[in-house]
Design a protein around this ligand. Sequence first.
Ligand SMILES: [Zn+2]
Length: 67
Amino acid sequence: MSIIVCSVCERVFDTATSTAMPFCSERCKTIDLGRWLGEKYSVPYERTEDDEEEDSPPPRGRTSGED
Ligand SMILES: [Zn+2]
């Protein structure tokens, strides 16, 4: 039996009472997993900015070296 701090909610808990080590509860375990996935597959907000840029691309049709 040992007392540790949950890295998600920073709550102090007994490892013997937890069913989702090293977190205090299944909920914190899920939250931590979500954070990992969020970092891996990039943030949706950034993708929205990319979509806007693709919607109005810069005029690349002109080639200055053609004259
Ligand atoms: Zn927790």
